[in-house]
Design a protein around this ligand. Structure first.
Ligand code: ADP
Length: 488
């Protein structure tokens, strides 16, 4: 907006009309005092100022405007009846643009000057806006950087205080901080400590995790600079995300040598104990079986012999399971896979099961008279395990469903019970060694190895397997095996 200042209303009117005809917006003042008041409330792109006015003249007004921070840069065009001394005009008015026009006014020249000043004003305004924006952007970045530095420092002090070896890395996986303990294992700040030659290469595993953007967990042996023997460590690294984007990685190595040794000792003990127990138990079983056959059915001792045999069989299964676990641990669980008819195998297994647990009803749904490649003894072991669990963990039910189905040349087998069920959280762990959901059935005994053995057997059959369950709604344990062509 342009402010026209003149004490003569007719002059003001003609200037206003001229400028508005050319699309400029205008404001007017009939004295220097009025003009100053207006500049306090409103910023103008240009002030056209008559020099000769009663009271405060144009120069005085210009000097005051030059002294105020609001108006010091506002350009002024003086309208003067006489040729004005330039020195006088510039007095106290250095910073703003200034010009003058001699009366009578030549409208074309006035318009040209107004346009130029107006353009300058617009450009200035835009520049100021850009500058302001830049300034606040710089401020914002400075604050953000400072906050990041503070956060990083906080994280580094935490990592220095923990007993583990710890590090942080950039989004791309370059290590950018290591704590003091790190240097006991490697002098390098950028490379991981060297792992045992038989263990996975840490750097390769690390690159894979960074590429996938997934947390990493790796058991590996590393050693300190001045020791010759390696100790097991658990390397854990997690990506730190902000607004869904990875901004950093934090990782640590925890010494797990003692746990590893304890597990090894426990495994060794279990192997030795089960081997030592197996031999006498085999003899006991044979003698009890013999006794059972020798004693006539009507003998009062007969039920006791039968019960003894039942318990001996349970003990035998337990010891066999423990032996299987130690075989799995030492990679010695081996068996052959041969083509076999799944329905035959299932019917035979259900017969055996029915003899042991005659009071349970097994409802068989579906048929699968197809060939699969498997080991009959081991698959029977898996099915019996699923069925025994279906009894154990469904104390109020006497019914079990066994389902077989063919889908896309795959055999789907499932055992469904109506028991206590398993929470989603626990479903992830039940196939792990020694895992038991103790809180849901504290009175039911077990070692938590049956499903672990099943999972290993099924893996060796290249089968997929799992459980579907809800607490209180029963469970469905299943496996899926590829069907083979009978001619294979
Ligand atoms: P165990 O029965 O000796 O504990 P398993 O390996 O067979 O060992 O089973 C592991 C755990 O899975 C069990 O302790 C139990 O908590 C849970 N589980 C297994 N089968 C079932 C089932 N049918 N219903 C509910 N929970 C089950």
């Amino acid at each position: 907006m342009i402010l026209i200042v003149d004490d003569k209303p007719e002059n003001v009117f003609s200037l206003k009309s001229l400028l508005e005809q050319h699309s400029f917006t205008t404001d007017t003042a009939l004295s220097g005092e009025e003009a100053l008041k207006k500049t306090l409330r409103q910023a103008y792109a240009l002030i056209i100022l008559d020099v000769q006015m009663p009271g405060m003249d144009g120069f005085e007004v210009a000097e005051i405007l030059a002294g105020s921070s609001n108006t010091k840069d506002t350009p002024i065009i003086f309208l003067s009846a006489v040729n004005t001394d330039k020195k006088f005009i510039t007095r106290g008015y250095f910073s703003g643009a200034i010009d003058y026009i001699v009366k009578p006014i030549d409208p074309e020249i006035l318009l040209l000057k107004v346009k130029t000043f107006n353009k300058l004003y617009e450009q200035n305004r835009e520049l100021n806006l850009v500058q302001q924006h830049l300034k606040s952007e710089i401020e914002f970045r400075k604050i953000a950087q400072l906050k990041m530095q503070e956060k990083a420092q906080e994280l580094h002090s935490i990592l220095e205080s923990i007993p583990q070896i710890a590090f942080t890395a950039t989004t791309g996986g370059t290590i950018d901080f290591v704590n003091d303990k790190w240097y006991a294992y490697t002098p390098s700040t950028h490379y991981f400590p060297a792992s045992h030659p038989d263990d996975p290469h840490i750097m390769e595993e690390w690159k894979k995790a960074v590429l996938a953007g997934e947390p990493m967990e790796l058991e590996t042996r590393i050693k300190t600079n001045n020791q010759s023997h390696f100790r097991y460590h658990l390397l854990r690294a997690i990506p730190i995300k902000e607004e869904g984007k990875i901004v950093k990685w934090v990782g640590s190595f925890t010494d797990i040598e003692e746990q590893k040794q304890a597990i090894k000792k426990k495994d060794e003990f279990l192997t030795i104990a089960s081997h030592e127990l197996k031999t006498p138990l085999t003899s006991i079983k044979a003698y009890v079986q013999l006794l059972g056959e020798l004693i006539p059915t009507e003998n009062t001792a007969k039920p006791y012999i039968d019960r003894t045999l039942l318990q001996v069989n349970k003990l035998d299964t337990l010891i066999n399971d423990l032996l299987d676990v130690s075989k799995i641990e030492s990679d010695k669980l081996q068996f052959e896979l041969t083509p076999l008819n799944f329905d035959d195998l299932l019917n035979l297994t259900l017969d055996i099961f029915h003899k042991i647990y005659p009071s349970y009803t097994i409802i068989k749904k579906g048929n699968a008279p197809v060939s699969i490649k498997g080991n009959a003894v081991r698959l029977e072991q898996v099915i019996i395990n699923f069925l025994t669990n279906a009894i154990k963990y469904a104390p109020d039910s006497r019914e079990i469903h066994v389902l077989t189905e063919l889908q896309n040349n795959q055999l789907h087998f499932a055992v469904k019970d109506f028991g206590i069920g398993i929470s989603v959280e626990n479903q992830q762990s039940i196939f792990n060694k020694f895992f038991r959901v103790s809180e849901s059935a504290p009175h039911i005994q077990g070692l938590g190895i049956g499903l672990y053995i099943c999972s290993e057997i099924l893996k060796m059959h290249h089968a997929s397997f799992g459980v579907k369950s809800e607490p209180g709604q029963g469970s469905v344990f299943y496996f899926v095996l590829p069907v083979i062509d009978n001619h294979q």
